[in-house]
Design a protein around this ligand. Structure first.
Ligand SMILES: [Zn+2]
Ligand SMILES: [Zn+2]
Length: 101
């Protein structure tokens, strides 16, 4: 079975919204509305992880040229991942993550 990278839409495991595939050659790996992700990739786009649990956004980082980086933690296995923001991510949700809770 091929594990080729694919750029597919999905239904968000957290808010249940339909998320469309991202344009512009990036892999959509999180929901632009609530920023939750799903633990499906070992490296972005490979869909190589067997976990499949919802990954919650736990913070946001800012690194020079790359811009904002979202930090996700898997609700099942605790694995932590860093992902670039998509251009259509909800910036209010991103900014809310930066505030200490
Ligand atoms: Zn969502
Ligand atoms: Zn996991």
């Amino acid at each position: 079975m091929s594990r080729a990278a694919e750029n597919t839409g999905f239904i968000c495991g957290h808010c249940g919204r339909q998320v469309s595939p991202q344009s512009g050659g990036s892999y959509r790996n999180h929901c632009p509305f609530c920023l939750h992700s799903r633990h499906v990739d070992l490296t972005p786009g490979d869909r190589g992880a067997d976990c499949g649990a919802v990954m919650a956004p736990i913070g946001v980082d800012h690194s020079g040229k790359k811009g904002f980086i979202l930090i996700h933690r898997c609700s099942a296995c605790g694995s932590v991942d860093r992902n670039r923001l998509a251009p259509d991510d909800d910036m209010d949700a991103v900014i809310a993550l930066q505030r200490p809770r």
